[in-house]
Design a protein around this ligand. Structure first.
Ligand code: HEM
Length: 506
């Protein structure tokens, strides 16, 4: 090739490079404009103004409380936050339509899976379509199996009796009045408890978070940080901001990448160990899945999803429960009475059947999650234009959110005493009667209903029984409404400081 030919080839490739760069820039700018135009950042309605200026904070402690107020005022139980292109509903008929009747039109959608993709990969929480169907089938088989359930309950009982009770007992000191009392952050203890459990259950790994010295666990911290930063991505006004930070590996995105690397390292190590050990020797989920899945990345995604599913949700449900119980000694007394009736006085572990017999306990736990659902809201993205049963138009590609936190506070669903903690509303002649799942979508409902519901309820009941039979637990009053941290599950800002007294009767 001549020198001139070489030069012209070089200038041609430079021109192509420039054209490509210019095209990418133009395309990004154009996409940004389309995105901005869909967001309607100029919307001047009261709701959007209040959202953008955060002026709702003057009257409400949490975004979920402000949404609850707006939904209570709305005649249809549905509102639209234009700047977010988000239709939010507390109307059970709409919820049934979204989660069941027209399920096909309301997948998780790409915006959600992109936000959580780095942490959850192709795990069950983050996928739709065939991949979801396959994982759901496998997971429901495993979670339904007697071996897995028995193993789960054994792990929970072991953690309660070897760690949770001894830890609390060990923290109770005798003060000068010879009164046994201690102050603990119950939320932290419960999060440690449920993290140990879900890691043992998912990986067969014991992170030992609830050992007596309450050690710092790199895995727990990395997992917390990764879920918090992933959730915060959704709060950016535009995905361009976090995507650019991710590209440049700076700020929160750099921290997120580091945290995910820690989670991945542990997961990969566990997967390696399980494969070496052979998959049929143990009953943790990972060992079970290694039998049918031959792809390490996919295995990692599946078990990390389970960590997310089972850790914060249970701790959050229990934290809400003890917060309410602290103000309701009469409910506490009724739980103790029922436990005394069903479980023998010297018996340490109530059996499956005994726990199933405790209708009042079941009612109290359902009632507490009505007021403090661990997952306060959940969003889907419409595939096509649609009209909800209450007449609300939903634009293709826009977000639709059902809001269990607000729904638990609706008079038209629960009656005028909806803000009261009253387990009796779940009982008919002393027998627990479940509510319609679309009125109470705490575990979601319909086609993608939570697969761990029974396990979660069993675990929560076991903890409640173990603690209520041994301790009086009272929240150290702050006089403030609960405030939640931003995140995927409801977590109290500042924890839940409680005063614990050893209870005379057991
Ligand atoms: C109080 C505790 C729990 C609550 C309130 C809860 C609630 C939920 C909710 C609202 C969803 C739907 C999430 C979404 O699609 O975005 C869900 C899904 C799921 N949950 Fe739970 N959960 C709890 C505990 C658990 C536990 C302990 C496990 C497993 C051991 C579990 C396994 C799952 C799975 C696998 C899904 C995905 C179902 C699917 O997409 O088809 N959950 N849960």
């Amino acid at each position: 090739m001549s020198f001139q030919g070489f030069l012209s080839l070089q200038s041609m490739s430079a021109t192509c490079g420039f054209l490509f760069f210019a095209f990418t820039l133009l395309f990004s700018f154009f996409s940004f404009l389309v995105f901005v135009s869909r967001m309607k950042p100029w919307c001047n309605c009261d709701v959007c103004k209040s959202y953008l200026t955060v002026s709702w904070l003057n009257k409400f402690p949490n975004l979920c409380d402000w949404y609850t107020h707006l939904l209570r005022k709305s005649p249809t139980g549905t509102i639209h936050v234009h700047v977010l292109e988000n239709t939010i509903t507390s109307n059970p008929v709409n919820v049934e339509y979204i989660l069941k009747t027209n399920f096909q039109n309301y997948p998780k959608g790409k915006p959600f899976s992109v936000i959580l993709g780095d942490l959850l990969g192709r795990g069950i929480f983050n996928v739709d379509g065939e991949s979801w169907k396959l994982q759901r089938k496998m997971a429901s088989l495993e979670l339904g199996s007697v071996a897995i359930r028995t193993n789960a309950m054994e792990l929970v009982n072991e953690e309660i009796h070897a760690r949770l009770i001894p830890f609390i007992m060990g923290s109770v000191t005798h003060d000068e009045l010879n009164d046994s009392v201690c102050v603990l952050d119950l939320q932290d203890i419960l999060r440690r408890f449920s993290f140990d459990n879900i890691c043992k259950f998912s990986f067969g790994l014991d992170p030992g978070c609830l050992l007596p010295n309450l050690p710092v666990s790199n895995l727990a911290d990395a997992f917390d940080l990764a879920s918090k930063l992933s959730a915060e991505r959704a709060m950016n006004a535009s995905p361009f901001i976090w995507k650019l930070k991710r590209l440049l590996n700076v700020g929160s995105e750099r921290k997120l990448r580091e945290a995910i690397n820690v989670v991945n390292d542990v997961a990969n190590e566990m997967i390696k160990q399980r494969i070496e050990m052979g998959f049929n020797t143990r009953n943790d989920l990972l060992s079970r899945f290694t039998g049918s899945i031959n792809d390490d990345v996919y295995l990692r995604d599946i078990v990390v999803s389970f960590l997310l599913a089972g850790r914060d949700t249970i701790a959050s449900g229990l934290t809400g429960f003890f917060m309410l119980l602290s103000k309701s000694p009469e409910v506490e007394e009724l739980i103790r009475e029922e436990a005394g009736r069903v479980v023998g006085p010297g018996q340490e572990f109530p059996s499956f059947e005994q726990i199933r017999e405790m209708h009042y306990l079941n009612a109290a736990i359902h009632e507490s999650m009505r007021l403090f659902p661990p997952i306060q809201f959940d969003s889907k993205f419409a595939t096509e234009d649609d009209v909800l049963p209450d007449g609300t138009f939903v634009r293709k590609g826009s977000r639709v959110t059902y809001h269990p936190y607000a729904m638990g506070r609706m008079e038209n669903i629960w009656g005028p005493d909806c803000l009261e903690f009253r387990p009796e509303r779940w009982l008919r002649d002393g027998v627990f009667v479940p509510a319609c799942p679309f009125k109470y979508p705490v575990f979601q409902a319909g086609v993608r209903v939570c697969l761990g519901k029974d396990l979660a309820l069993m675990e929560m009941k076991s903890v409640v029984l173990a603690l209520v039979r041994r301790f009086d637990i009272r929240v150290v009053q702050s006089g403030q409404e609960p405030r939640f941290e931003p995140g995927l599950t409801a977590t109290l800002r500042g924890g839940l400081p409680v005063r614990v007294r050893v209870c005379e009767r057991k």
